[in-house]
Design a protein around this ligand. Structure first.
Ligand SMILES: [Zn+2]
Length: 210
C-alpha cells in the first residue's frame, strides 16, 4: 500500500478567512476583563467567592474553543482495485456555537464517498468535522464547509454529508423544544443524481445514528 497526501485548495489548519474563525490571536486578558464587566452588568459581584476566577476560566475556554487546529494534511491511501464501494463514516459528534445567540449546538456528522483508486484515512473525517465546528457557526454553513473540504480532498463532487443538530438556542430559549433536531444534507455529484446511491447513504447514516 502506498500513501499520498491530498492537497485540497484550503489546507486544514491554515488561517482561514471564513466566518466564525478569528483572524487574529484571541486577546485572552481582554476577554477576561469583559466577562468581569458582563457579570457586573448582570448584577453580580465578581468578587464573591463562587465567581473568583470565573472570568479567567471563561476566557481560557474561549481561547481553547476558537484556537485553530494544528496544521494537518489529509492522508489518502492508494487502493487501485477499490471502486464503487460506498464508504460512510458516522457517529462524529462535535460542538459549535450558534452565531445568532452564542449558545452551543451539538452536531452529529455522517459523511460518505465512493473511492476511486484511493481511500481517505478514516480519522481525517473526524478532524475535518472538528475543524469546522470549533467556532461561531450555523449548521447549514458547517455542512457546506465539510462537504466542500471533502470534495477538495477526493477531487470529485461525489460526497455526501448529513448533519443532525441539537441547538440549545431552540431548546433552552425561544420555543424551548428540547426534542427538536435539525437535519441538513449535502448530496454532491453522484449522490445527487443516483437515487440508489443516495438511499444507500441515508440508510447507512441511520445505522450510524442508531
Ligand atoms: Zn441560535
Amino acid at each position: 500500500m502506498t500513501t499520498s497526501t491530498a492537497s485540497p485548495e484550503t489546507p486544514l489548519g491554515a488561517a482561514l478567512p471564513v466566518p466564525g474563525r478569528p483572524a487574529a490571536d484571541i486577546d485572552t486578558a481582554r476577554v477576561s476583563y469583559l466577562v468581569r464587566q458582563l457579570l457586573i452588568a448582570l448584577g453580580e459581584d465578581p468578587a464573591r467567592e463562587g465567581l473568583i476566577g470565573t472570568p479567567e476560566r471563561v476566557a481560557a475556554w474561549w481561547s481553547n474553543f476558537l484556537s485553530p487546529d494544528d496544521a494537518t494534511s489529509v492522508t489518502c491511501f492508494s487502493e487501485p482495485l477499490l471502486s464503487d464501494q460506498l464508504v460512510v463514516v458516522g457517529g462524529m459528534s462535535v460542538w459549535a456555537l450558534c452565531e445568532h445567540h452564542m449558545l452551543p449546538m451539538n452536531l452529529e456528522v455522517t459523511a460518505g464517498y465512493v473511492p476511486d483508486g484511493e481511500v481517505v484515512g478514516l480519522s481525517k473525517f473526524g478532524r475535518i468535522a472538528a475543524h469546522f465546528a470549533g467556532r461561531l457557526q450555523v449548521q447549514e454553513r458547517f455542512t457546506k464547509q465539510v462537504a466542500e473540504y471533502l470534495t477538495g480532498v477526493i477531487g470529485r463532487k461525489d460526497v455526501a454529508v448529513a448533519v443532525r443538530g441539537l441547538h440549545l438556542c431552540m431548546s433552552m430559549r425561544g420555543v424551548r423544544m428540547e426534542a427538536a433536531r435539525t437535519t441538513t444534507l449535502h448530496a454532491g455529484g453522484r449522490f445527487g443524481t443516483d437515487p440508489v446511491l443516495n438511499q444507500q447513504f441515508l440508510a447507512a447514516a441511520q445505522w450510524n445514528a442508531a
